[in-house]
Design a protein. Structure first.
Length: 142
């Protein structure tokens, strides 16, 4: 199994950005957590982060040619604005799980709608960084 983990804008700022919401764990520590999961589960996992919507769309499209079996995606702020990311996920039709570190439904009202989530078969919301390994488990056990 081969899984692509995509992170959107500002996720690279984990540990610095609003630690009261996102915690104090750094982005490199999140990548390490994912690497450990991959090793323990004998699963190939590639992580990608971009602050640019088009780069995320390109990566989703490339996932089809690269033979990925699943996508874990935290579109971050693009969750609430990007029809382009939704369309890319729908176009490739690779099973996808949406992840959000915080509970977007408990935050500002503009965060309650997820365009990308419309193309995902499962959603892991408000579980902190553990949400990533939960999402990986969901894909692996699908």
């Amino acid at each position: 199994m081969k899984i692509l983990v995509i992170n959107g804008p500002n996720i690279n700022m984990l540990g610095i950005r609003e630690p009261d919401i996102y915690g104090s764990t750094s982005y490199p520590a999140l990548l390490s957590k994912i690497d450990i999961w991959a090793s323990e589960n004998d699963t190939a996992v590639e992580c990608f982060q971009s602050n640019h919507e088009g780069a995320i769309v390109d990566k989703i499209q490339e996932a089809l040619d690269d033979g990925f079996d699943g996508i874990v995606i935290n579109p971050a702020a693009y969750t609430h604005t990007s029809i382009a990311i939704l369309d890319a996920l729908k176009a490739v039709a690779i099973p996808a799980v949406e992840v959000h570190i915080s509970d977007i439904n408990e935050r500002e009202s503009f965060r309650h709608h997820s365009y990308a989530g419309m193309a995902c078969f499962e959603h892991v919301i408000g579980k902190g960084l553990d949400g990533y390994t939960i999402a990986l488990d969901i894909l692996k056990n699908r």
